[in-house]
Each structure stands twice: as C-alpha cells, then as structure tokens.
Design a protein around this ligand. Sequence first.
Ligand SMILES: [Ca+2]
Ligand SMILES: [Ca+2]
Ligand SMILES: [Ca+2]
Length: 362
Amino acid sequence: MKKYILFLFLTFIACKNSIEEDCFQNEDNKIFEPYIEESPFSVNQILDEKPEYLEINNLKKFRSFKKDSIEGHTYVYDEEKSKKKYEDYQAKYKDFNDKFFGQFGYIIRQNENGVDYALGRNNLGFWLLKIYNNQPKAYFLGLSFSHYYINEVQELPIINHGFLQFEGSLVKIVKVAGLPGYDDYSAIEDGKLFKIKLADLEKDTDNDGYNDIFENSFGLDSKNADSDGDKINDFDDMNPLFKSGKSKFTSLYEELLPKHFVFDENNLKRMHYFFIPYESNCEYFQKINSKFRILILPDNSKKTDYLKVTDIVNGRFSKIKRDKKVANKFYISTFGSSSTTDYSAEYKKGKWIFTIISQTTV
Ligand SMILES: [Ca+2]
Ligand SMILES: [Ca+2]
Ligand SMILES: [Ca+2]
C-alpha cells in the first residue's frame, strides 16, 4: 500500500514537473528553441522511407523540375498576363473553390465517369479532391513536399484504371540560415511517375471523414472516429488531438490566436481541411478551444514520420515567463513567419490584459 501511495505521489510530481517544464520558462530553458533542420534526404533515403502505398516509376520522357517550376511562374512580371492567368485559374476551378470554401490551391482537374477530380494542396500538403453527386471529399496523400514535387503541367491523365498518378520529381529543401522563406528548393532526381491506388487513398477505416493517411500523418487515431475522446468526431472537432478544457492559461493562449482570416469566417466549421498547425507539449495550450481548426503537434520524438520530415508549422508561442515580483503578471512571445511580438500579460478579475513590449519584423 505504501509503495502504491509513493507511486501515485511520484506520478503527481512527474506531471507537475512536465507542465512546469513544458509551459513555463525558467532560468535554464530558453524562451524559444528554433526548428532544427536535419540534412536533406538522399534519393535512396527517400525511396527507403517512402510510404508503402506509393509506387514510383521512371519516365523516359519528362518535364524537369527546373523547366516545370520556372514555366509555372513565367507571367509573374507581366501584369496583364498574370491577371489573365489568375482569372482563367479562378474560372477553371470555380466549382472546387465553391464546394471547398477556398481551402485549396489546384494543380490539375479531370472528369472520370461522372466524378470530378483535382489535385490540390494547402499548408499541410497534397490532396486528391473529389466532387461526386455535389459532395466534396478530400483525401490526403501523405507525401511530404520536402521529398516530392508534383509538376504544374501534367501530361498524363491523373486518374487512370483505379489509380491516382502524377508526374514530378524527388526534391530537397535546403534552408538558408537567418532568411526564412529563402529556402533552396531543388530536384535531386527528375522524371518520376507517382502512383497510388484510389482504394488505398480513400480508405477511411473509422468512417469519420478523414482518410487513414491523413490521420496517420498527423497523429490522429485512424481506428477511432473520436481520437481524443471528447464525444466530438474527428471531422467536426476543432481541436481533434486534445480534449479541450478551461483555465487561466488556456484562455491566455486563446486570446493570442489569430483572429481574422482572409476568407469567410462563417464557414470555418465547414472547412474540414483548413488547419493551423502548432507545436507544443504544454498541456494548457493543448486544451484550448478554438474557432478555427488547430492541430497541436508534439515538438519532440513523438512526431509522426510525416512530421519528422515536413515543416508545416508557421506560428509559434514561447513558453510563459513569470514576473519575478508581480504574482499575476507574465511574459510571452509569438513568432509568426515574418514577425515576433513580445507581450506582457496581466491577469486581473478573470481577464487577461496584454501590453506589447516589442515587435520585430524580419
Ligand atoms: Ca478516418
Ligand atoms: Ca479518426
Ligand atoms: Ca474528438
């Protein structure tokens, strides 16, 4: 019995420690640990670690990564042409944009046996989009843009005999230190035809609306429609990885979340494929309630294979720093893709009062 109590006590201490360590900054831990870039994969490494469901064939005739990516952006400097190109694009994908509320960019479309298909992409990665009987469905491909490039110009049909297929290259990203957004993205082997069986792509074991590949890529449970057990199905859950709660510190994070979006905010609930990903092991952050979909991903060895090689996180929060003298005063920083903001936050009568201390733009 004594041992049991001791064990409980130790677990309690361990939990307390981890909240303390994961959420609060002390003298020893740094306010923000930057993303550490691993060296890029070689062709052999990519092939060794490729998903089982992916088939890669070599093409004899092909568009190179260089040709494809340069031609894709030729009109940028010609205002007239680029305007025309944009309008053509909007017209071509109008039905997809309407049905998916602008959640994707598109590469190519095809009608096959009365089903409209398109290859799409968003901040999380590549998707196969489908409109059938007026119903939109999206299937995540689980292929990292750190390893796979899909040509803007596809010369073959994308849906072929029960397969999704597309031409492209194996690529690498080399980050330029100190210059976010200036990554060097280049091919390491051109001339590939990637193939995935539609049945593998569309597999949704727990029938919750997200394909297994999506769930496995981001750490959801593909065999359970309600991964975090909060009685809200993954497809409808705004924070599907963690059960939400309410506390002083969850509301601190909630107040700092982005408030405005470029698209119609009334549709956020219906935008099942629009997520803002964050990395945090802090329990208070994991329990937040959010108006838009969030994925709170671990920032340690618990990352999925997809997340180990794909940097999809744009915004970050620092750990919370306590004021040494004032009990309810704290400091926290937010890191966006182009700016850093340092706040002081004071908790008074159940409300957070923020003051911007400094702001830097990259
Ligand atoms: Ca599912
Ligand atoms: Ca699920
Ligand atoms: Ca849930």
